[in-house]
Design a protein. Structure first.
Lengths: 374, 374, 374, 374
């Protein structure tokens, strides 16, 4: 069998990041061979230029065209969220393996249809995956491993925050990202989706109920036609109760001046703790409470050694990886799942569960914080 | 006029810390002279020993005795919380200046009576103060100064957590601190009181409403008569709305394995941000968003220079202070307030406001997180 | 004109890193187009496999073949050091632009011949460069910029160390890297070359004299034929006097247990200071002594913003780069130099100057530390 | 027996710090009782004021007077270095236990006389000690313990630096500290003495030979009579060879802009490593190379727990100590040594050994760095 042909839909930030992953995956990982077949975008000139820059054989402007082609085996969807459902369902029904960027969809209804399509496809050996790429940060994969091995004992308390600051300037202009109609939500869909996925992933326990709060700090911004109301959240807070009995706090914001990409995760268990920050994604902090009291302390593990997840594929010990490597690792895992016929993780069901959490936060917030059962 | 005579009530942890402050305040600060007159405690033998160890002239077992003495000008109350109201009110009515350890009282009703007594006393030039000593951490005094000077612009988002781990061991025995009857509450009164005071202090804006959650992770512990129910919270969470429009998240726990005394405060404003951790109390992190973009970053200010609050009294530049120095600074400020006839800060009113926040968190938690207006 | 054809010589660690740079440079940087023509290695089977994995059109086993080909414009030499001189000189004389991995050569004599060849070639518009890739770490490029702009005032004191630990295990076996005959030197050529280049680069002032010490901690290791003497240094120390009056300390080691890739640089000037560590290569610490004393402190600049060197080519703000990005940036700069006909930096002369420093350290060490004038 | 009467000689920085120790030692440590008898200084008015401020019963202007008094058992010498020898020898001969602030003396000859006096006194049960107070930093006492227990295996490489910045301003005026006649040396005696003592203390192995460099960055400063030559070193560097085979680098400076009191110590062994910085003196970093490779990392031990050296005397877990606590711990250890008749450590011999190291650095520097055997 020849290489697996790939089409990426979208060529802006995420399209660039996914293209990078496909261009490099075979240089690092011993996964099936891929061919960078097609980059799809609406503007013919721009997408052609991007295709050349990012290493694609050709470019197209209509995503439907790739569904008919025998040389395309994987469809990777990096379009805005409101297009996810239609494309993903069509691609799966056409027998293409599908990756969808997070969040899975803009509405619960769409997400449920996508899950149904994924289940139909899975029955035919067609795989699907939602792109929570931070599951492929080696340090977080190591965190998952340590928790699974019981190094933390019983997990009780989780603190997750995702803080950025690109809206802190009150004079920044109106954009489609700040309109509910186009963006669905604000920090919630963009940042809390990653945060909620990590809580589910790392704790391995469903979120049963939560209380939530949302806030818009700057309520009006200047649009093309003058002052315009911001209709999405700038920040959100929630307290999550997990089936395991653990409690997690979640906080996301685009107003945290000085925080550029600070996804911070702290997990406290009866036997140990972990701490992580995406701004130093090559490090994991681990506290082992089973050690002698005189030498206990949070240790900073440089997750750059051959003993760590994904690292053998990369460089010798001590050479740090960039943020983009998470997509390369993700592509490798997806390819391996296709080859072995195993359902990839995180699945569309995982994406749906995250959507439910986001929706529950909005519902709770609309009810003055009263708890919502999922 | 001779020195101001001081009596401290209580000789365990807080009694030791306050004794240390009175023993040292005149060696560092140019405040009125004090005389360490009396240490009061219930056990005659133990308090005598403690008095000798901590530098007191004599010891007594009945706090009422100090109220009649002309050589006692200051009564410093370090007893358990349920005794605060009776002693403080009697002492103020007897014309003694009073410091009360935090939290002000175990109930709102008591706190209100104390405030009334303090107001009566203030009219007669008798001063009172509640011992939120962390207002006297030089780094936090510097934080307050920077915020007041407008270096953060408009404060929007605050994150405060106070994490310890001394209950993380599920086999730790039952104590009076884990019974609601004796302790009032758990992490809430002990840790959230400091946290809430800092939010009020640093932001300079009242807390108007909040949603809250509390949790008890280990519900039964072994007491003297076998298994016993834990009737206080192990951890608590709240989202606070301030009059200014700022939103603060608050999280406290005694189950955060590896965190020993981690009072962490982050304040995000439109023009800058601050970050602080009590485990490194000689440092303040400051991000100045008005600098050139290429050189922006959180700077770690070593708050050990003569230009910093309180530091001139201590050592030359670069020599860090211990946790105990906060009580010495507090004593100095209290003495200066007495000398100048100025109302000290934080007042009993401040203590009452914090109690209201704690009570509201419990009320909200009992209502599944529904918002409570203060 | 079509793309510039590239041949890389060598396919192990550095060959992989350089291949990665050529495969990705056009996807990020607006530099001339390249074509990954040939990967050269001695083992036909291995190099063929590597060529396929790293994206090369073909593989060859004899480097001389690439010199005759019109479709090869750039020869990138990643072979062991003792082959550098012969290949580089031949390639330059054949009109190929040449990059040589550091250190430039194993001996001063070879380095001098290479400089002569580079000067001949430069006169014909043929460019050459030595691969001190850490000059292309964005944080170090920013450091250079801040120093050049005078933000540090007069640079007085420099501390540079490069610490690794892969030889700390005394039972690790003998390798060619521990034989003077094959490796030339130990930590000196491998690590001190980078360190010395950074001192020269950042300070912009020649090293005039130095005192040096070298040490071999584990003097015998087990080779294929039993115990064998280690004939290179495990660690080295030097104090460097610069023409500017600045003094730099240099320390390198492969025995610093726990340090994986710790190139640490501190630069102290009359008006400010900088600090950098390669293990956190996306950050630069900057202390500005011209600020108000109350808010001075080392700030951690996240060098991930569009205002920072090289960053515009990569990802949006806040997304960290990996170690491998330094080679991609280096390739881009080399391509731009070729296009514009500008001499690239660092030149072979720079490489020669670093060799002189390394040789002087060995000479001084052999004279019990007595100063050597360069 | 009643309390041990103490006299402190000197009332500026060190006098204040030592007074603080004597005032507080009995409040924390279960050591013999002390009485703060006399503070001695040359200016009658100033010393009287200081005595009152720091808790002394009386003040005197002539140190000889205290030698005749039966109520003085301990003489604590905080005068400038050139007076150490005369006073210490007289006090020891008068049967007083003696503590001398570091460095022991300004010249080797004086130091040797002091050692002889200490040996004579020791034979009569009279104790002496040199005040390298950093041996009483709990984190460094823990470091010593871990090394002694073999947790680092064989110690190979040590890095010690002591960096301050109070002379970085070239316009700072001339002082007695910058004249060789009065100060003996510059950073060498002031900072390198601590650094060298730590190398000896932690490694437990004599320094056998060294190479050294010194430098004066600002050669002229403005004195009372106009421009004046600076005749001491601003910074110094040395490479030390220990009898054990370990090699230590040492660097001290008063020109390291931004470093306030940065005594930094790194110790690399075959089985583990340690790292410490005085600016965060409540923390010790420990790397354990015997752990599983996937979870190795430098851990930050908060040295604030009852299991740590000295901590039981202070506060509950998690409450950090100030710089001044090191003197209190030192006083406690000295008192215990007096009570038990054990020779205190560090002894005058230790002080002499450090002086020899400083002298050797100057000798080597004068010989262009050629090695000096101790």
């Amino acid at each position: 069998a020849g290489p697996l042909g790939v089409a990426v839909l979208g060529y802006s930030f995420m399209g660039k990041a996914h293209s990078n992953a496909w261009r490099n995956v075979n240089a690092f990982h011993p996964s099936p061979q891929v061919a960078q077949k097609v980059l799809v975008g609406r503007d013919a000139g721009h997408v052609k230029e991007a295709a050349q820059q990012y290493g694609w054989e050709e470019s197209l402007t209509d995503w439907r065209q790739v569904l008919d082609r025998d040389d395309i085996h994987i469809v990777d969807i990096c379009t805005p969220g409101h297009l996810h459902a239609e494309i993903a369902i069509a691609a799966l029904d056409a027998g293409k393996h599908v990756i969808v960027e997070k969040p899975l969809a803009n509405t619960l209804a769409e997400a449920e249809l996508m899950v149904a399509a994924a289940q139909r496809a899975q029955a035919r050996g067609v795989q699907s995956m939602v792109g929570f790429n931070y599951r492929r940060v080696p340090a977080l994969a190591l965190a998952k491993k340590l928790i699974s091995e019981g190094r933390l004992g019983e997990v009780r308390q989780v603190r997750v925050s995702y803080l950025q600051d690109w809206l802190a300037d009150a004079d920044a202009p109106m954009t489609w990202r700040l309109r509910q109609q186009t963006a669905g939500s604000g920090a919630l869909g963009d940042l809390a989706s990653h945060a909620a996925d990590q809580v589910r992933y790392l704790c391995g326990s469903p979120i049963e109920s939560l209380t939530g709060t949302v806030n818009t700090f700057v309520k009006t911004r200047t649009g093309p036609d003058g002052p315009e109301e911001v209709t999405v959240d700038d920040a959100a807070w929630a307290t999550l109760h997990l089936a395991s009995g653990a409690v997690a706090s979640l906080e996301v914001s685009r107003f945290a001046t000085g925080r550029k990409n600070s996804l911070e995760i702290e997990i406290y268990g009866s036997a140990g703790s972990l701490s992580f920050n995406l701004e130093r994604l090559n490090e994991l902090q681990f506290f082992d409470a089973t050690e002698h009291a005189a030498t206990q302390g949070f240790r900073t593990i440089p997750v750059t050694e051959p003993e760590h997840p994904y690292l053998e594929a990369w460089w010798p010990a001590g050479h740090i990886l960039g943020w983009d490597s998470t997509f390369t690792n993700q592509a490798a895992d997806f390819l391996t799942a296709i080859r072995t016929g195993t359902a990839p993780s995180p699945s569309f069901e995982d994406g749906l569960e995250v959507q439910k959490v986001l929706a529950a936060i909005e519902t709770s917030a609309a009810q003055s914080g009263a708890a919502v059962v999922l």
